[in-house]
Design a protein around this ligand. Sequence first.
Ligand code: AP5
Length: 211
Amino acid sequence: MRLLIVGAPGAGKGTQSKLISEKLNIPHISTGDILRNEISSNSELGKKVKHFVDNGLLVPDDLIADVLLNEIKKEKYRNGYILDGFPRNINQVKIMEEKGILIDKVIFIDTSEEEIMKRITGRRVCQNCGQVYNIYYNPPKTENKCDKCSNNLVQREDDKEEVVRNRLKTFREATIPVIDYYSKKGILFRINGDKNFDDIKNEIFEVLGVK
Ligand code: AP5
């Protein structure tokens, strides 16, 4: 299965992608995670993209397309993938189609901006293993420590309120047209993202025909 998960920043794409990935044993590709890893390892790519990511701006299409194409050609994606974070504008849709990257179903996690602000301000991420928490909705057992590896939890650089506003603006202007495009193609399924973790997961599994 080749799935695309779309939604605004903080909508719950990463959270649900991981749950689907575990359930169906399909690998998850998050362009945001790849970029953050490059930035934290201070690689050449990381240096090029840091300014864009930190300010909630889209990384230039040619650069992010190379990142995705390099990743998706790996053997582990041969039987399917859960794509999270790409395509984010219509030009990226074109690039994907030209390169023959296929999508069977698109899941749109539609979360209100009020809920998004709460989720993003409460998000904490393990700086070692990347596990995501939320201090309001799914806090770690020990304050500020990862349940899995006991390392410190941090707030993402781009989770500051002003940057989140930019990310939401980018979503409205660039990514809503992508959602409209897949809706017209008849392969988009809208899920109410304001619900709790389990309800959203169950709705997605229903759309995917998974028990
Ligand atoms: P990216 O990492 O893709 O960020 P995003 O789209 O802004 O999404 P987030 O990771 O913020 O949120 P999410 O929807 O995954 O939410 P999560 O599950 O964590 O991209 C970052 C940047 O990289 C971009 O701004 C851009 O600069 C660059 N980039 C990436 N791809 C690009 C591309 N294709 N082109 C150009 N540039 C690109 O959940 C959020 C929080 O809510 C968590 O704390 C979670 O625990 C909590 N939560 C989740 N679900 C629920 C629920 N149901 N109830 C309560 N809490 C919940």
